[in-house]
Design a protein around this ligand. Structure first.
Ligand code: XMP
Length: 319
């Protein structure tokens, strides 16, 4: 990987040049991109960087703990862990429109960072793990009219209302290149190989209103699904797999009782950059095992369906 070694050197020089002796604040999302950006920037400017893990309450099961231990334990990079789930979930109450959710979450992230930047004595720069596909998809849909499909929360419109300048060292990279850079920087394989996770988190996997209770239900279903995928040895063959909690209740029967609970949809796709995707063709036994486990183990879900839509015409996330 001599090209990534070169990239690392060049970027480190660029970051130093851009930032000078100013302070930088970096938001960690739990994903690979922001982690790689943070480690790279830390290598460039050391303790001029403050990493903030904004825990919006929309993370997957165990995710917050994993990020905190990676940074504090493995890298010894100081990390501020902010539990702002009440702020996020409070603001999401009653919000059902997908773009309204994204805009609120993006705006609230910036508010939290700005407050945190003041705390560290004034940061002039905000670092983000924005990738090339994020930049394109927020601008327009390739080949079509210039229409915003989704406002990715880490790009598109936000910088204008922000007092900080952006440091985005991964802007030219695709996902596989970010992973290669992560390995180059010594991130553990299990972390580098993780499926992408969107900035707005579980909020865009809960069509309709997002509540703490729904997040808890979805986290459990998602964990069961991913555990089965790992056990079957399929994790690395899949670009992204996750559960979606639908705002639909259906009738079922458990033992001698009627149930009236939510539907959970499972999604799994293969892709190289997230811009197009094919569904992952699980065998029926695998899916039925996951469905059975979810209905048995997750209170609040009594039906499981599989999403067979490729991208396009579907998008990977449901919102
Ligand atoms: P879609 O749903 O647009 O997703 O097909 C393409 C890829 O982007 C991820 N995604 C996001 N990532 N902030 C992010 O950092 C976002 O707001 C966001 N929305 C979608 C999605 O998980 C998939 O990998």
């Amino acid at each position: 990987e001599w090209t990534m070694a070169e990239f690392r050197k060049t970027k480190i020089a660029e970051i130093r040049e851009q930032v000078g002796d100013a302070r930088v604040i970096c938001g960690l999302s739990g994903g690979v991109d922001s982690a790689v950006a943070a480690v790279l920037i830390h290598e460039a400017i050391g303790d001029q960087l403050t990493c903030v893990f904004v825990d919006h309450g929309l993370m997957r099961l165990g995710e917050a703990e994993q990020v905190v231990s990676l940074f504090r334990g493995h890298y010894n990079i100081p990390l501020v862990h902010k539990d702002v789930s009440a702020l996020f979930l409070g603001g999401l109450a009653g919000v059902t429109d997908p773009e309204a959710k994204r805009k609120f979450i993006g705006k609230t992230f910036i508010d939290v960072f700005e407050a945190e930047a003041k705390q560290v004595g004034g940061a002039d720069f905000l670092a983000q793990g924005t990738l090339y596909p994020d930049v394109i998809e927020s601008v327009s849909f390739t080949g079509g009219p210039s229409v915003t499909i989704k406002s990715h929360h880490n790009v598109g419109g936000l910088p204008e209302r922000m007092n900080m300048k952006l440091v985005e060292p991964l802007r030219e990279l695709f996902k596989d290149e970010v992973r290669a850079l992560g390995r180059e920087l010594g991130l553990p394989d299990v972390f580098v190989g993780r499926h992408p996770f969107p900035g707005p988190g579980l909020a865009i996997r809960i069509p309709g209103e997002v509540t703490r209770e729904k997040c808890d239900i979805l986290r459990k279903a998602d964990a069961v699904y991913l555990e089965e995928i790992r056990n079957a040895g399929l994790y690395d063959a899949i670009w992204q797999a996750f559960a979606v909690l639908l705002p639909v209740r259906t009738v079922g029967v458990m033992g001698d009782f009627r149930t009236y609970d939510s539907v959970c949809a499972l999604r799994a796709v293969t892709s190289t950059d997230g811009m197009t995707a094919d569904i992952y063709p699980f065998d029926a036994h695998f899916l039925s095992r996951v469905a059975t486990r979810i209905v048995n183990e997750v209170k609040g879900i009594n039906r499981v369906v599989y999403d067979y839509t490729s991208k396009p015409p579907g998008t990977i996330e449901w919102e």
